[in-house]
Structure formats: C-alpha cells, structure tokens
Design a protein around this ligand. Structure first.
Ligand SMILES: O=C(O)CCC(=O)C(=O)O
Length: 363
C-alpha cells in the first residue's frame, strides 16, 4: 500500500521485522526462573512460546482470591443498585459471575472494566522470576505496559471472545516499533473447550501491521480478517494456526504484532485469565497518552522502588482519576482504537463513541 492510498489513521507502510524476530544476547549466567535459550529463540522465531509450570500456585491463588473479592463487591453493588435480587454467594470462583451475568447482562464487562489493580495482580506482574524472563526478551530495563486485563470469560459470552487481532491495533503508531511481550496467564487449565488462545504462528515475521476493522459483533474489539492475515502477513491458514492449551501454573508469552484470538468458551466454567505486558522504559507505550507505564527495573537505579501509587491514580480505560467513578453500571466500552480503524460494524459501543466527547481526543 502506498502512502497516498493510506486511509485510516492506524495504517502504515512501516515495518520493523527485526524488532520482533531478532533474539537479543542472552545472559551468560541464568537468573531464577529464566527459560532455556531454545524457548527464547522460539519466541522470536514463531512469535510465542508456551511455558508450563512456571508460577508458584500461591501467587495464582492470591489472584483468584482478589477476583473473588471483586465479584463480591460487584454483586453487592448490583444488589444495592436494584439491578439484581440474588447475589449468588453460595456459588464459587468458576460459576458465580455467570449467575450475575444472567441476571444483569454486562456484569462481566463491569468487572473487565474495573480500574483498580489488586495487590495480587501487581505482585504477579512484577514477580522477580517473571521479570527475569522478560529481561531475556527485552533486556534489563523493564517497564510494565499500562494495558493489563482481567478476562472474565463466562461460558458462551460473545463479549469475552476476542477475535483475531494484533495487539498493536489497540495502540497508536508509536508502539509499532517497540517489542511489548505479553504474558497470558490462565487461572485454571485453559484448553480448546473453555476458550484458550489461538495464534497464527510466524504471523509477526513481516513486521507489518495489517488492516483491522472495528468492531466485532456486539463488542468493542478490533477485528483482523483471515484474508487480510494471508494477504498482508503471509499467514498460511492451513499450517500456521495453532491452538495453545496451557495448564494452570503456566503462561503463553507472545509479541505485540502476532495475530491471535481467543476461542469460545463451550465449557460450563468461567475461563479466567490475566494478560500483562512489558516493554523498555525508553520508548513510548503507545497508549494514546491515556496512561503511562510503570518502571519495574532500571539499570541506572538498581534500588528503584516501584511507584504503584502514581500508576494506580489513573483509570486505564479513560485516563480519568480513579476516584471519579461515572455511571457505575455502564457496560459500554469505547476507546481510541475505534477512531483509528474503519468502523464496518456498528453496535451500542460504537454508537456511544459518536455521542460522547472522549477524554483521549483532548491530547
Ligand atoms: O484472554 C482472551 O480471551 C484474549 C486475550 C488477548 O487477546 C490478549 O491478551 O491480547
């Protein structure tokens, strides 16, 4: 595509394959948690690696507990607001939110939108062994990327089934030349039945950002058509699409331009997961000026104290101060990516975008 044909703000002719495909020099002496070189090589060659049995279960249990507390808070809020009559407190981690979603459709979205980062999540995100692995991917200076997600994938729920995309489709063009590895961390055994990830292996090798559209179905998600994956990213749909089951305790690491999606949850349990990201602090995060990243490791300042207070002051979806809660039952999601790709499908989320004056347009 030539510059003159460029149509949507997110489209670019730029491509920097080396950023995503060239493995940096590996440490001579391994730090705790660090992966064998062959795994790191796979991350750069195929665009992802599945790492089994990585986490200490107590760290994941702490995340489960924090989520249970969030679900309890949400249930109480819905009850107080007259939105539900039963809080389903007798149901557990894998069922309760589905019950709330049945009675108040969009409960899962409210939880997904939740702005505050529970301590258990921040502990996991800045976990020493995990950062040692991230160092193998991006070097010793490490910043947490402002986009983190708790996926509330209740069974058969369209809003939690994320279609094909490159993660950069949600960011601005300054992120196109920055390696931003993601750890996708399931909070149960994730498999094809409950909607694990699927990835287009080697789909990052051209370094290109393909044309996405917005918004898939009744969601706020960008969408990358399979024909576009073939045409622009050279994906072979017969050979390259890999389903990535991963057991509780493991994770999938992938880069920010590899096409991936999550499958539908056909099980009867909620498929909970977290996705956390990192990058170098010396490049922009590309989050439309909404929120900055958080520095975890600095070679200049080895005794750096992680500044969670500043990070937690700002809402990640809107850039507002966390205190300023707007409509607490608003299940609409809008975001700057909707202004950057062609909107080929309208729904209540895109309709809301036209009505409001989004905070990020101020920048
Ligand atoms: O967990 C999911 O369902 C989708 C995750 C995803 O697409 C991502 O982390 O970029």
């Amino acid at each position: 595509m030539s510059t003159t044909q460029k149509k949507w703000p997110a489209e670019t002719d730029e491509a920097h394959p080396e950023i995503f495909t060239v493995m940096p020099p590996q440490p001579k002496e391994k730090k705790p948690g660090q992966l064998p070189e062959k795994d790191i090589r796979q991350f750069f060659e195929l665009g992802y690696v599945v790492v089994e049995d990585f986490f200490d279960k107590k760290d994941l249990e702490a995340c489960r507990k924090a989520i249970e507390e969030k679900v309890e808070q949400l249930a109480q809020k819905l009850l107080k607001g007259g939105k539900i009559t039963d809080t389903y407190s007798e149901y557990g981690f894998f069922e309760r939110l589905s019950k709330l979603e049945n009675d108040f459709p969009g409960a899962t979205i409210l939880l997904h939108k939740m702005g505050t980062l529970p301590k258990a999540f921040s502990d996991l995100w800045s976990n020493e062994r995990l950062l040692n692995v991230v160092e193998q991917l991006i070097g010793p200076d490490i910043m947490g990327h402002p986009v983190w997600n708790l996926r509330t994938k209740t069974p058969q729920n369209e809003s939690a089934t994320v279609p094909w995309h490159q993660d950069v489709s949600y960011l601005d063009e300054t992120s196109y030349r920055v390696l931003q590895p993601t750890a996708w961390i399931p909070l149960l055994d994730a498999d094809k039945k409950n909607g694990c990830l699927q990835i287009a292996e080697r789909g990052h090798r051209t370094g290109k950002i393909a044309r996405h559209t917005c918004c898939a179905g009744n969601t706020w998600y960008t969408n990358l058509a399979e024909e576009e994956m073939v045409k622009t990213l050279g994906v072979d749909l017969e050979k390259d699409l890999k389903i990535l089951p991963v057991r509780y305790g493991g994770m999938v690491l992938f880069n920010n331009i590899i096409p991936h999606r999550s499958l539908q949850n056909f099980s009867d349990k909620i498929r909970w997961s977290l996705d956390l990201r990192w990058q170098t602090p010396f490049q922009p995060a590309g989050f439309h000026g909404i929120k900055d990243g958080i520095v975890f490791r600095s070679t200049q300042n080895p005794n750096l104290k992680i500044d969670w207070d500043t990070f937690n002051e700002t809402q990640r979806h809107t850039g507002d101060q966390i205190k300023e809660e707007k409509d607490e039952f608003d299940t609409i999601m809008t975001g700057p990516w909707m202004l950057r790709w062609e909107i080929t499908h309208h729904n209540r989320h895109t309709d809301a975008l036209n009505k409001e004056n989004p905070v990020w347009t101020k920048a």
